[in-house]
Design a binder for this molecule. Structure first.
Ligand code: DGL
Length: 267
């Protein structure tokens, strides 16, 4: 048994959707979350900048004595996973591989849509891995950058977000996709309006669920699950004050938590 916390980081508050799945699958685990709200968005930045930020985030989480780190950010997972793994012995899990596996299970007609930030789409990570696993599958990717500020603003299902979803996604539905990977941790917050835009025939794939399962299996195999009775402790850190943190906590985790502000540039 290992009661050390699981570290989770994201470029902002979108990673709370991953924390939600971790809490669901492993309620006893202690969690330390870091949201880099001072430097969000990562999705519009270069690979070099995303890697520099990701390495600092890993160093910060290391100071919290974490037993594993979940990179709850598709942009960081698709651009900087290797660099992070090379920087530490702590096991690091990205969201892309579990997302790919979930997409392969979800599609029946072999036409898969992937939406994410510009940096995630530019990296080609989803496309490469999906086609690497099954070359028959056709992948249609689309960057939807406006979804991130909409989610951070708490505009998760209003006329503006619905219009944005329609504009971004019509092109993908016209390709006949039957599965759509939500390749950005902010997007599950807009699940309802994304679902409305693509229609019931398209299955929405949230990599967070599969990621939480993967981490649980990994810890269980190594005898590192926290088997203490009761709910684990959750601690939240941000790199800048974020007015919508409370609201988004309530929406994603059904509870309000306090967040502590830290200076990530010192790590
Ligand atoms: N949450 C990040 C991701 O999953 C996107 C937000 C950003 O652009 O920083 O890719």
């Amino acid at each position: 048994m290992d009661i050390r916390p699981i570290g989770v980081f994201d470029s902002g508050v979108g990673g709370l959707t991953v924390v939600k799945q971790v809490m669901k699958v492993m309620p006893q685990e202690n969690i330390v979350y870091f949201g880099d709200t001072a430097r969000v968005p990562y999705g519009t930045k270069s690979k070099e900048a995303v890697t520099k930020y990701s390495l600092q985030n890993v160093r910060f989480l290391q100071t919290k004595d974490v037993k594993a780190i979940i990179v709850a950010c598709n942009t960081a997972s698709s651009n900087s996973l290797e660099a992070m793994r090379a920087s530490t012995d702590i096991p690091i899990f990205g969201v892309v591989v579990p997302g790919v596996e979930a997409a392969l299970r979800a599609t029946k007609n072999g036409r898969v849509g992937v939406i994410g930030t510009a940096a995630t789409v530019r990296s080609g990570a989803y496309e490469r891995m999906i086609c690497g696993a099954n070359p028959q599958i056709q992948v249609f990717s689309k960057a939807c950058p406006l979804f991130v500020p909409l989610a951070e603003e708490g505009w998760t299902d209003n006329e503006v977000s619905r219009l944005a979803a329609q504009n971004y996604l019509t092109e993908l539905t016209q390709k006949g996709i039957d599965a759509l990977v939500l390749g950005c941790t902010h997007y599950p917050l807009l699940k309802r309006c994304i679902g409305t835009a693509v229609g019931d025939a398209v299955k929405l794939v949230d990599p967070a669920k599969a990621t939480a399962q993967q981490v649980m299996t990994f810890l269980a195999e190594r005898g590192q699950r926290n088997e203490t009775q009761g709910e684990g402790e959750r601690r939240f850190y941000l790199s800048d004050t974020t007015d919508t943190f409370g609201f988004l906590c309530q929406k994603a985790l059904k509870r309000r938590y306090e967040a502590q502000i830290i200076d990530i540039e010192t790590y």
